[in-house]
Design a protein around this ligand. Structure first.
Ligand code: ME8
Length: 632
């Protein structure tokens, strides 16, 4: 980021099959923060986001709701845009893959790749996961049926298709990873490299069995095909800059992208397919692709059926948008999976924001009015507090590399050290005692030191919490802009004499959780005693337990419920119990559950267990019971 004068960054374009949740907000807020940072440093910045609107998944989602795909896409795309506008996401363009200019750009790219000989016609036979919009060979599937990425059943496809010669670019891709190390974090890069080293197959890039997509270029005269949604979607990063239109000035100005931010689920598409397409088009490759981890809620995957999906707007409304931004970027190392817990959010607000930062401002406002009618003069800071000032400058000077490496949590953690220095200086020098001893200059210089710590930190924190930092700046009588960034950060100047303005506390403390508890859906709400007794709960003894190969979570059990034969139960407890430790133990079983197929195996019941932050534990009788004993 440091060397380039322009900065082009992107988020994924989100599918319009559902409204935004915390994961979408996370990616977009990170991108917004980096865009704001680049702008503050005076870079010519272009920040792109948008929606991905074609493909089988969207066509089916629309149908399910009785809408035509365009109408449906308009509706959800608007919701994304409205949310980002409400969140003050500073995007420069919001692209939709149903935009005419985008479609024209896709056709142009397809034509160029075709004419180059990188696209040929054939037949695709294999499996397809509609949820991930991804093709899989049989060997990649779990139990020959299930998607290795999302676990859902795949569909068998056999249709005419155009293919992209992905295999041709294998060597070039490996060289690129090695020479330019474009993938962040490094651990994720190794996964990609291994995948490519295992060999790349040519990629099916058109579909014929549905219609909702970009048609092939007219010249190909092949109307039944639509472009594969991932080729269509990835090209948004260049069509947004006018690729394939009459005006490619934005392409000239901003391409290649400096940073594509994505979730780990779609790194493969961005780090393998996308650069290969670009190589085929003869365009430069992106400088960095950064993949972050996955958010869960209280340790569980978020899903509609569980009713535990976090609505980012609810969190922002309850706790404040900028507090929420700070929490997400501070709490979880970029690249690692993160758990959303309301407790952790409250702790961050009360400790980091209210105690460490907010209090500091309150304290100097209080003291400067008490001792100096609100005046703060920094002219003697260096005379009395050079050591503290040097420490602060050195922390501030060394922050930026964390941002290049996308270590946002570390950036914030380091930055917080300057507030510790300031708070410690107050505790150590005790201005209330100094003023009594007549040390007026030392006291004034101490207030000057604190004001300058706050001012310098506010520039570095502004991309994360822009409005809040503007409030600090207003109180300390400057503006946060590029010119002042140069003055106070690059040139290390200090504030000139000013009168501090009183402000409302920036971060009121939170004493109890503000979100509505996870909603229990109506149909899952109150039940009658008869309904309860419809559930047959029984004690069983585990006779056989073994691992389910290729599954991280599942064990296959045979459980004796006193029925003269054992039941097969497939249970998601592998992370918590070894098979050996289970054999011979008793468990509580839901015995009249309709059998279900898990990873291709029939499961004839369910074990009862409780899970919290200390792990998962099975519910068992206190003393041995006969197999089949009902639980009442
Ligand atoms: O994949 N935790 O769109 P999508 C963290 N249209 N991030 C999450 C998340 C979670 N639980 N859930 C979603 C697509 N995300 C394609 C992209 S780009 C050319 C096409 C975020 O709506 C994360 O950034 O499924 C993830 O990569 C993205 O949303 C997937 O969004």
């Amino acid at each position: 980021m440091a060397e380039c004068k322009k900065f082009y960054l992107t988020t994924p374009i989100y599918y319009v099959n559902d409204v935004a949740h915390i994961g979408h907000a996370y990616t977009t807020i990170i991108a917004d923060t980096i865009a704001r940072y680049a702008r503050l440093k005076g870079m010519d910045t272009f920040f792109l986001t948008g929606t991905d609107e074609h493909g089988q998944k969207i066509e089916e989602a629309a149908k399910k709701r009785g809408k035509n795909p365009q109408e449906y896409a308009d509706e959800i795309s608007n919701k994304f845009k409205e949310l980002w506008d409400e969140f003050e996401i500073s995007y420069d363009k919001f692209i939709r893959t149903t935009d005419e200019e985008h479609k024209r750009g896709v056709q142009k790219a397809f034509k160029i790749m075709f004419e180059k000989g990188d696209i040929y016609k054939g037949e695709y036979e294999g499996n397809y996961c509609v949820s991930c919009e991804t093709f899989f060979t049989e060997t990649q599937l779990i139990d020959k049926e299930f998607c290795p990425d999302c676990g859902k059943p795949t569909r068998k496809l056999k249709e005419e298709s155009y293919f992209f010669k992905l295999s041709k670019y294998e060597k070039q891709l490996l060289e690129w990873y090695k020479e330019k190390t474009p993938i962040l974090p490094k651990a994720k890069a190794n996964e990609v490299i291994r995948f490519v080293e295992d060999g790349l197959k040519d990629l099916s890039i058109t579909r014929t069995s549905f219609e909702w997509g970009v048609k092939l270029p007219k010249e190909l005269n092949d109307d039944k095909h639509v472009v594969y949604v991932w080729l269509d979607a990835l090209l948004n990063y260049i069509t947004a800059l006018g690729y394939g239109s009459d005006d490619e000035s934005l392409m000239d100005r901003y391409w290649p992208a400096d940073l594509h931010i994505v979730g780990k689920d779609i790194l493969k598409f961005h780090a393998i397919y996308w650069p290969a397409f670009l190589m085929s088009l003869g365009l430069e490759l992106p400088k960095n692709i950064a993949a972050h981890g996955w958010w869960t809620r209280d340790g569980e995957k978020m899903s509609k059926s569980k009713g535990n999906v976090i609505n980012p707007k609810e969190v922002a409304d309850a706790y404040g948008l900028e507090n929420f931004r700070y929490f997400m970027m501070r709490e979880v190392p970029f690249g690692a999976d993160g758990d959303f817990s309301e407790r952790a959010l409250i702790d961050r607000i009360n400790n980091d924001l209210a105690n460490d930062l907010g209090n500091l401002l309150n304290r100097i406002i209080g003291m400067s009015y008490k001792y100096f009618d609100g005046k703060i003069d920094s002219s003697k800071v260096k005379e009395f507090y050079q050591k503290e000032l040097d420490e602060v400058e050195s922390i501030i000077d060394n922050l930026e590399p964390y941002l290049y490496e996308m270590q946002l949590h570390k950036y914030l953690e380091e930055l917080w050290k300057v507030f510790n220095i300031a708070n410690k200086a107050i505790a150590d020098y005790q201005p209330w005692a100094m003023i009594k001893e007549g040390k007026t200059d030392e006291t004034m210089a101490l207030l000057g030191l604190i004001a300058n710590v706050l001012a310098k930190a506010s520039f570095k924190l502004s991309p994360f919490m822009p409005k809040t930092m503007d409030k600090i700046a207003k109180s300390l009588n400057y503006e946060i802009n590029t010119q002042n960034y140069d003055k106070f950060i690059r040139n290390k100047e200090l504030l000139s004499e000013f009168t501090i303005q009183k402000t409302e506390p920036l971060f009121p403390k939170i004493d109890k959780p503000l979100l509505k508890p996870v909603e229990i859906k109506k149909e899952e709400g109150i039940i009658t005693i008869d309904e309860f007794f419809n559930v047959s709960l029984k004690i069983g003894t585990i006779k056989v337990a073994e691992e389910v190969k290729k599954s991280k979570k599942l064990l296959r059990l045979e459980v004796d419920l006193g029925e003269g034969r054992n039941r097969q139960i497939v249970a998601g407890i592998k992370e918590y119990y070894s098979p050996e430790s289970l054999v011979g133990t008793q468990v509580a079983v839901v015995a009249n559950l309709k059998p279900a197929k898990l990873m291709g195996m029939i499961s004839e019941g369910m074990l009862l267990a409780a899970k919290d932050e200390n792990g998962l534990h099975l519910l068992r009788p206190e003393a041995p019971k006969k197999e089949g004993t009902p639980i009442k």
